[in-house]
Design a binder for this molecule. Structure first.
Ligand SMILES: [Zn+2]
Ligand SMILES: [Zn+2]
Length: 366
């Protein structure tokens, strides 16, 4: 039986999408065919759509995906080893990794030498490897997770990028218990980091942004203090904000996590760390101006500066458990503020660009 799917093919920056009917080739061993029930428009999709990140023409974008198993070729297990069957509600790691290369064997599967990233892959002949489509094909080496029964598709859809990356960032900052955390950037990722850190007993999270409207949501999170930054680099690099001094007895924050990618904010935050503090950089995924680093300052103040790109499968497992434990009204569970059928993808992208909602999703089965 020949199967077909409908996919939104990316025509290139400024040209939008074309809906196309594609034939799905028979599955290869170890592959899974998924009916996509929701796919969120992530910030990195918007970077691709705007032309800030190169991408082959006619790629099927979208990597924050949840769906239902339609078929498998041979037995395929989820991350916990349980066999997958048609009808299972799942999400999966944003990339398939080989498990045996130099980086996979060093616990960096997101840097696998044979990595295939969903929503970024060259358009293949076998069917879509992205979520702006009625169906997605999962390759061997993909870490697959069943969705907790209490989570709706729209609550779970940010899990495999936004939530899992947030979990990974806070894990790098471990031990977080009792810590005062500074998060730079009050979008989906920053707010989820704040909620996850507080869920793991951080004492306070200061969440900073240059846009006051983006700080509104932060005020709804108990234990979270908004901090409006001046966008002028001269101002952000001088003087520690009073709120940091008040919450840390003048010592500086234990941990600063940057998801903004704004180099002036990162430079300022390095000065706002306490002795022995840690900076974790997550948002700098595009070319940006370098920042001066005084080695003596790093040594004498015993600073740690780390980079994080994507996450490991166990972070996605923890992300799903976290979302399921949160109250249903929490920010991390309600990031998706609007959803659109696949045929309205141009409208969905337009709304996502407007930043009216923290996340916008495509629901291809509607
Ligand atoms: Zn993403
Ligand atoms: Zn590998």
């Amino acid at each position: 039986m020949t199967r077909e799917c409908t996919a939104a093919l990316f025509d290139g920056p400024g040209d939008g999408f074309t809906l196309a009917t594609m034939e799905l080739a028979p599955l290869n061993d170890g592959e899974v065919l998924v009916e996509v029930t929701a796919c969120a428009v992530c910030g990195s999709d918007l970077h691709t759509i705007s032309g800030r990140r190169p991408c082959p023409q006619h790629t099927v974008l979208g990597h924050e995906i949840v769906g239902r198993v339609i078929d498998t070729r041979g037995p395929v297990a989820d991350w916990s080893g349980g066999p997958l069957a048609p009808g299972d509600r799942i999400t999966w790691s944003i990339a398939a990794s080989c498990g045996s290369c130099f980086y996979c064997t060093r616990d960096l599967p997101q840097k696998c030498l044979q990595l295939t990233k969903y929503g970024h892959a060259d358009p293949g002949q076998d069917g879509p490897l992205g979520g702006f489509s009625s169906h997605c094909r999962l390759l061997p080496g993909t870490a697959i997770f069943r969705l907790p029964p209490g989570l709706s598709d729209l609550e779970a859809v940010p899990a495999n990028c936004c939530t899992a990356t947030s979990v990974a960032a806070v894990r790098m900052a471990d031990p977080i218990s009792g810590a005062v955390l500074l998060v730079l950037g009050a979008g989906s990722l920053g707010l989820t980091i704040a909620e996850f850190a507080l869920h793991n007993s951080a004492s306070n999270v200061i969440i900073a942004d240059i846009d006051p409207s983006r700080l509104d949501q932060a005020t709804t999170i108990a234990g979270c203090t908004p901090l409006l930054l001046d966008p002028s680099p001269d101002d952000t690099s001088t003087g520690r904000p009073e709120v940091i001094d008040n919450l840390t007895d003048g010592h500086g924050v234990d941990v600063a996590i940057d998801v903004s990618g704004a180099t002036s904010a990162i430079e300022a935050a390095l000065g706002w760390l306490r002795i022995g503090g840690q900076a974790i950089l997550v948002g700098s995924v595009f070319e940006s101006p370098p920042i001066p680093l005084d080695p003596q300052d790093v040594v004498r103040r015993m600073l740690r500066i780390s980079g994080l790109h994507n996450y490991r499968p166990r972070d996605l497992q923890a992300a799903l458990a976290f979302l399921a434990e949160l109250p249903s009204h929490s920010v991390s569970r309600t990031l998706v503020g609007a959803s659109f059928p696949l045929s309205d993808i141009d409208r969905a992208v337009e709304v996502a660009h407007s930043r009216t909602h923290l996340r916008v999703a495509i629901t291809p089965t509607d």
